[in-house]
Design a protein around this ligand. Structure first.
Ligand code: FES
Length: 158
């Protein structure tokens, strides 16, 4: 028997909304809270947020879809944000990005690569952010070697 999404109440989303006192203008904070806690924003979370913040589901989904920070499916174990803005492009960022996408693009849910546009680390371009760790003067081969050695690509060790 199919489960109707209307009957699902996402406890994580409900708690995130409560922490923001159910303020509709705190939608972004609620979504970041859920993304941090669960790694993605599910259909049930969207329905629950809409109910708790008195917004339409379309409004919530619109925000989730607009920002690259929110995933709609369970995501990769690590996120690598590559800066593609001008200063990093001038420092060779596009070649670095191509090398990393070629090497890591098929690593089976280990690393999600995302393009971002300025990380505020322009003087040390090409710049990146691996999970929460800033990386300047990004050397793709050194990063690949580090990820391999740490087991991040295989999920064996960290
Ligand atoms: S342009 Fe890349 S960090 Fe600013």
């Amino acid at each position: 028997m199919p489960i109707l999404i209307d009957t699902i109440d996402d406890a994580t989303a409900r708690a995130a909304c409560a922490r923001q006192a159910h303020r509709p203008d705190a939608l972004i904070e609620v979504l970041h809270d859920i993304q941090r806690t669960t790694g993605f924003v599910s259909d049930a979370a969207i329905a629950t947020i809409a109910d708790a913040l008195n917004l339409s589901r379309a409004e919530v989904l619109g925000v989730v879809s607009f920002y690259h920070d929110f995933d709609r499916q369970p995501g990769a174990r690590h996120t690598l944000k590559l800066c593609r803005a001008e200063a990093c492009q001038a420092a060779g960022g596009e070649a670095v990005a191509r090398r990393l996408e070629a090497a890591l693009g098929g690593t089976n849910n280990a690393i999600a690569i995302r393009s971002v546009y300025c990380l505020g680390n322009c003087a040390l371009g090409p710049a990146a952010l691996l999970d929460e760790r800033p990386i300047g003067r990004l050397d793709p081969d050194a990063l690949i070697a580090e990820l391999t050695a740490s087991g991040a690509l295989s999920g064996t060790a960290e």
